[in-house]
Design a protein around this ligand. Sequence first.
Ligand code: GLA
Length: 393
Amino acid sequence: MISKLHTAPQLLLAQFADTFPGSAQRQVHVARAPGRVNLIGEHTDYNEGFVMPGAIGFYTRVACSSNESGSIVMRSVQQEEGARFAVDDYAPRPRHDWTDYVRGVLIELRRTGCALGGADLLIDGRVPMNGGLSSSAALEIATALACLRTCGRTLGPVELAKLCQRAENNFAGARCGIMDQFSSIGGRAGHAILLDCRSLDATYVLLSDKVEIVICNTMVKHSVAAGEYNRRRAECDECVNFFRGKGLEIASLRDLSHEDFRRFGSSLPEVLFQRCRHVLTENSRVKQAAAAFEEHDLAAVGRLMYESHASLRDDYEVSCPELNVMVDLAKNVPGVYGSRMTGGGFGGCTVSLVEREAVERFKIEIAGKYEEAIHIRPEVYVTALVEGASVEE
Ligand code: GLA
């Protein structure tokens, strides 16, 4: 019987037993992985630049048990539709649903020698979907951890993040960078992660206890998002080629100096000039924000967040009216240091840094005014930064 006293993993185990009645005698492994919010450093990860995300208290859990049946059976607590695939043929092609992320991970795991002879998987996804909070990375990381444990294998955090990024790049079809997967496994309680996306060196930035991170979900996701994301990446590649053509030895936009940008940039086509300017200035903002956090200068962090939003809106053109309204509304609420869109853009969420005492008023005002302006009720989440993914025994 399922009682309210069950912890989340126990509850999932009980649901697992209901979903897979034959599993009673088998060992079941549960892993959980959090979503993430990015404080600053957007669209810089795939340019080998800097980002400052943190893991948040929304989790996806995956329960996995080996069934040696030659089939992988995938079921979800939230989604009606499940799937069954033969282990030697997970993946003729993506189906453009949640199973793509699971299958992408299984394929990459098999390449590393972690091959399941058959397994039952139950997924409990609690990271809001389409919110730009990395529900897909959480699903990938939790799947990988649960399956690795079932195979009796382990992988280091960086290898795990890279494996899950490959799953998304190679199978699910998004050319995402490493930020989301890294945050989900590399999170630390109370800290943001200052990540160098080239070396993957992470430094942890302690968040002041005077502020809360408040996430406002616009509840919209524009359908252009995936196509535009891949287009931005291609534009960045074009920029790199342009500067190489000028004789600069750069491997990515990370290597371009502000000086060389000023020197040669004016002959770039206008759109590419803007994209490039965003990446350069955003990388600088991340480093400035890390220094400002060190100095407890939250006002400076907030200014950088607003500047980041303006740059994403005007130069990188990945914002949308709903996100802009949400950020503009935040500016006028007392006790808000800064606010910006977070994640890939074209909808999803904003992240705001709000004085602890001002949070309750902020929640009420922003929700009311956004609904008045856009006629959609937003969701507002106040969340701590949490530890990264783990296996729960
Ligand atoms: C998505 C991608 C990340 C990153 C952000 C933008 O979340 O998955 O890799 O590029 O967009 O910063």
